[in-house]
Design a protein around this ligand. Structure first.
Ligand code: NCD
Length: 273
């Protein structure tokens, strides 16, 4: 349903009218694609997006997440988009009466990213069942990996993971990287989440690139029809080469573009219930 609507919106059809609905994009972690594509989606629907600045808010005086968001509800905001570093942050928000859309929670989930990934895959292959995907990199600290492993498995895809041992959380079967490159329909790379490690993982960027970096040579070992995905931002020269970012197999730019339309569909759904 969301994907069908996202495709309609992408074709410029059937926009719902959410004129005048006020939405606050409350990002407690840095974000470029998710935050600004939500804003573009909101403005395409006629909504009034309001950005939230943690640094100049009462969060700096120690105000809790719940008290901050409840304030927004009381001043007349119609919906909230929230990204927060705490896993399951929404569990403490059950007394909020307006829709809360997730922009990602800690290392937990990133639902709209998964939806835009699914849209990109559907446009490419026209199906999900039977497709082979390897998610490569910092699986343990990636909310993108965690949502996609769950959702893509449920869609009938064969999901494998790959990367340095310290990032393997056994959330899917492990596959050797060189084998994955030869066998997969989709190679999905992840950014090494340096900011979430909190301890020294003894990870050397050059060694990572040698072992798991998607070099031009490795791109050429992929199947003819296979594609490269990455939620971005990417660390060029760590998990991906300059060549791979915008090569003909890359769908990374398309993922960004599709993000606007799935977010429009998610916003429509939030106001339809
Ligand atoms: C991802 C995120 O924030 O989880 N970025 C995004 O939303 N496109 C991935 C990342 O930061 O590595």
């Amino acid at each position: 349903m969301i994907l069908t609507e996202a495709k309609e919106f992408k074709a410029g059809k059937n926009y719902p009218d959410l004129t005048g609905k006020r939405v606050i994009n409350a990002f407690f972690e840095p974000s470029t694609r998710t935050q600004y594509s939500f804003m573009v989606a909101e403005s395409k629907l006629g909504m009034l997006p309001i950005n939230f600045n943690v640094e100049t808010s009462s969060v700096k005086k120690g105000e809790s997440l719940y008290d901050t968001l409840k304030t927004f509800e009381m001043i007349g905001i119609d919906a909230l988009v929230v990204r927060h570093p705490a896993n399951n942050y929404f569990l403490e928000l059950d007394k909020i009466q307006i829709p809360i859309l997730s922009g990602g929670d800690g290392t937990g989930n990133h639902p709209t990213q998964s939806l835009l990934d699914l849209l990109t895959i559907q446009e490419e292959f026209g199906k999900f069942a039977g497709l082979k995907i390897a998610i490569v990199g910092d699986i343990r600290h990636s909310r993108v990996a965690h949502t996609n492993i769950d959702v893509m498995t449920r869609m009938g895809m064969e999901v494998s993971i790959c990367g340095p041992e310290q990032f393997n959380d056994s959330s899917a079967p492990y596959i050797d990287y060189e084998l994955a490159l030869k066998e997969m329909d989709i190679i999905m790379l992840l950014r090494v989440q340096f900011e979430r490690h909190g301890y020294d993982l003894a990870l050397n960027r050059e060694t990572y690139y040698e072992e798991f970096g998607l070099t031009e040579e490795r791109v050429h070992s992929m199947k003819d029809h296979a594609i490269i995905m990455h939620p971005a931002p990417y660390n060029r020269g760590v998990e991906i080469s300059n060549y791979a970012v915008e090569c003909s197999k890359s769908r990374i730019m398309k993922q960004m573009h599709n993000g606007v339309y799935v977010r429009m569909a998610v916003l429509k759904r939030a106001f339809s219930e």
